[in-house]
Design a protein around this ligand. Structure first.
Ligand SMILES: Nc1ncnc2c1ncn2[C@@H]1O[C@H](COP(=O)(O)OP(=O)(O)OP(=O)(O)O)[C@@H](O)[C@H]1O
Length: 359
């Protein structure tokens, strides 16, 4: 897609007692946009309103310069070129993988030319399973077929509503990689619903926060993670997501380059991407005024203090800028903050006790 797509307008949809009222929004569709919120906040309803799946939708909606909704008038969903992948793949059970996909191709409106069948099927890893009955596929394989079916229609937007929620951890991990690959290969913007902070941290470029039927705010992942009260933080407390360039394994560890700093990972899984994300809990980060040599913690990153935020129970959240500008939270006691005289602008070292690839 040459020009970055966007969705803007305001939408209303009343379902029984529930009222979706989006508020005025402008959403640039860059890579993966996650719609995040508690159960019942209206994520799926917003997606149905945006995609035209519910005829009761009212309001105004533009996709780039095309008017999709004006008052009661709505462009039918089949004319919006949207691909859908839901929690349940919803395949025809009595058909093979190939038959399911060809059936979808046959039903495409005449003005849409299907994408290259073999290319899509091998991209999703189903080339050698085309003649299997879908009854004998695993949950992950079914979702791969659902993704292929959506991609065959060359959508200009891919909507995914909790596509991983029925899968086990291994299938989840594989699907996360596949979704990233697809966005990269086909440059399709994705709207992705989840209530899992881990999925947000792994995938999101930006986040639409939903609460009580409204869009509360739209933020980049980094903006969302820099808020102390971020809805992405659960009982583990504040989290930082850092991005780095993986280098070849050395001394049994995987180095990740972040500017002049190197972060060492114990995870030796095969990393195909040029940039990967890691997740660090604030409570796993300690601070030192000089670079400690004699220490079993291997990750010492040079940093500067940006902000100190008081937390309950005499804890202090320290927001740091790393050498390459990325932000990192450390959670320390008030006692330590005073002892080390931690203040804004102070250069120091962040000692990271534990770090994991975002999953
Ligand atoms: N067809 C319907 N008729 C009446 N109420 C509905 C209908 N569909 C959804 N609702 C209600 O609208 C509210 C929002 O539902 P929605 O599925 O959009 O939430 P969600 O944020 O996607 O939640 P979850 O994460 O649990 O899927 C819920 O209270 C739900 O019960």
């Amino acid at each position: 897609m040459d020009k970055m797509a966007s969705l803007r307008g305001n939408l209303q949809l009343t379902l029984g007692d529930f009222v979706l009222d989006s508020n005025e929004f402008a959403l640039p569709l860059d890579g993966i946009t996650v719609i995040f919120g508690r159960s019942g906040s209206g994520k799926s309803t917003l997606l149905r309103a945006l995609s035209g799946l519910d005829k009761r939708t009212r309001g105004t909606l533009y996709f780039a310069d095309t008017l999709w909704q004006s008052g009661k008038q709505a462009l039918p969903p089949q004319n919006r070129h949207i691909g859908f992948v839901f929690q349940d793949a919803a395949l025809f059970p009595h058909m093979s993988v190939r038959q399911n996909l060809l059936y979808a191709v046959k039903r495409l409106p005449s003005h849409i030319q299907a994408a290259d069948f073999d290319e899509i099927v091998s991209r999703v890893g189903m080339a050698d399973k085309l003649d299997r009955s879908v009854n004998f596929l695993s949950g992950g394989e079914k979702q791969r077929v659902a993704i292929a079916r959506a991609l065959l229609a060359r959508p200009q937007l891919l909507c995914m509503d909790e596509p991983l929620s029925a899968l086990d951890w291994r299938a989840k991990a594989e699907m996360l990689s596949l979704i990233e690959e697809i966005v990269e290969a086909y440059q399709i913007p994705v709207l992705y619903i989840t209530h899992s902070p881990a999925e947000v941290e792994r995938l999101a470029n930006q986040i639409v926060f939903m609460a009580g039927g409204h869009i509360e705010r739209i933020e980049s992942l980094q903006q969302a993670l820099s808020r102390v009260d971020s809805p992405l933080f659960d009982d583990e407390g504040a989290v930082s997501v850092l991005q780095g360039k993986p280098l070849a394994i050395s001394q049994g560890l995987r180095p990740l380059l972040m500017g002049d700093n190197t972060l060492w990972l114990a995870d030796l899984s095969d990393l195909k991407k040029s940039q990967v994300r890691v997740r660090v809990l604030a409570k796993d980060v300690s601070l030192a005024l000089s670079d400690p040599e004699q220490l079993s913690i291997i990750n010492h990153l040079s940093a500067e203090v940006l902000e100190l935020i008081a937390k309950p129970n005499h804890r202090i959240l320290v927001r740091l800028a790393l050498q390459d500008g990325q932000k990192l939270f450390a959670e320390i006691t008030e006692h330590s903050a005073q002892r080390l005289n931690i203040r804004v602008g102070l250069p120091l070292f962040a000692l990271i006790k534990s770090v994991a690839l975002a999953e």
